[in-house]
Ligand binder design. Structure first.
Ligand code: 5RP
Length: 296
């Protein structure tokens, strides 16, 4: 039986203080339920509402991508520097230790390969398994203007609905396949169409001209993919310009894990995204960290 001896009335109700309620800094998230907000706050640093996600899901359609041949060797040491890890359930279960403290954004569509039509995807993870894996969000590729545009938007609808039942956010990823142009007009169209379906954040590509309009037109946080490997300074410039123009951070893959010094690069990207460091200073940081032996 619970101990009721010496039971006392509460004493200090701070009657002079109004109830505290902190609005979320994560764009478009104020009306969400507690579990959704809590999971989003694991991905986006509540201090600045930004994130450095590490994307390592490329194998789901292109096989053993350079830098991801041995995820257990090359990627696991990078995880402490990432705010979140974007990964397939296959790689997660086989190669990532369950003891990591970083949140997982689970790649949840697939079903095609580089040998065939890229937009031909299906939902590749059940919500039950996403929850079993303690996913903090699910990621769905959407091919606006692609051959299978309609089905890919249908996949987003289904995953958002499933996630909403359990408080698991969804990230829409605007896939461009081999043919679509990555300009502001297209990215603005694709990201807004995605956002209207109800995902909680959207991943897209950066464009040199008009990215601020793409970000402003998307009512939820926008994170950028890095795209193909660039010289490090150029990748840092891209990340800097993207956050300057309204991105909530990056979900970067090849520009980190295909670097000569991935641990140095991810820390330099963090300096830009979370520290508002200039690309040039972040590049100096990259060079100085590059000379330090990496953790293995
Ligand atoms: C595939 C993805 C990838 O995760 C993403 O594009 C990879 O990031 P990066 O372009 O930086 O290598 O979503 O569509």
């Amino acid at each position: 039986m619970a101990d009721i001896d010496n039971l006392q009335d509460g004493k200090n109700y701070y009657l002079d203080l109004p109830p505290r309620s902190t609005p979320s800094r994560i764009k478009g998230s104020n009306a969400l339920d507690w579990g959704m907000k809590n999971r989003l706050a694991r991905i986006f640093d509540p201090e600045d509402a930004r994130t450095v996600m590490l994307a390592i899901d490329h194998g789901y359609f292109q096989g053993p991508t350079t830098g991801l041949e041995r995820i257990d060797v090359t990627i696991v040491p990078l995880i402490p520097y990432a705010d979140a890890l974007m990964v397939t359930r296959g790689s997660l279960r086989s190669s990532i230790p369950a003891e990591i403290s970083r949140p997982v954004v689970l790649r949840s569509t697939g079903g095609q390969s580089i040998l065939k039509e890229l937009s031909n995807e299906l939902v590749a993870v059940d919500i039950d398994d996403a929850i079993r894996l303690n996913a903090s969000a699910m990621a769905v590729q959407v091919y606006v203007g692609g051959v299978h545009e309609h089905e890919s938007i249908g996949n987003l609808v289904n995953v958002v609905d499933a996630g909403n039942r359990f408080g698991v956010p969804t990230m829409a990823v605007t896939g461009v396949g081999k043919d679509l142009v990555r300009d502001a007009k297209y990215l603005g169209l694709a990201t807004r169409i995605c956002a209207e379906v109800g995902p909680h954040f959207v991943k897209t590509y950066f464009c040199e001209k008009g990215f601020s309009r793409v970000a402003a037109g998307c009512p939820v946080p926008l994170v950028i993919a890095g795209g193909k490997k660039l010289p490090e300074l150029d990748a840092l410039k891209m990340a800097y310009q993207a956050v300057e123009e309204g991105a909530a951070g990056v979900d970067m893959g090849r520009n980190i894990f295909q670097c000569d010094a991935p641990q140095a690069m991810i820390q330099a990207v963090r300096a830009v995204v979370h520290g508002d460091e200039t690309p040039e200073k972040a590049f100096d940081l990259y060079l100085s960290l590059k000379s330090v032996p990496a953790n293995r």
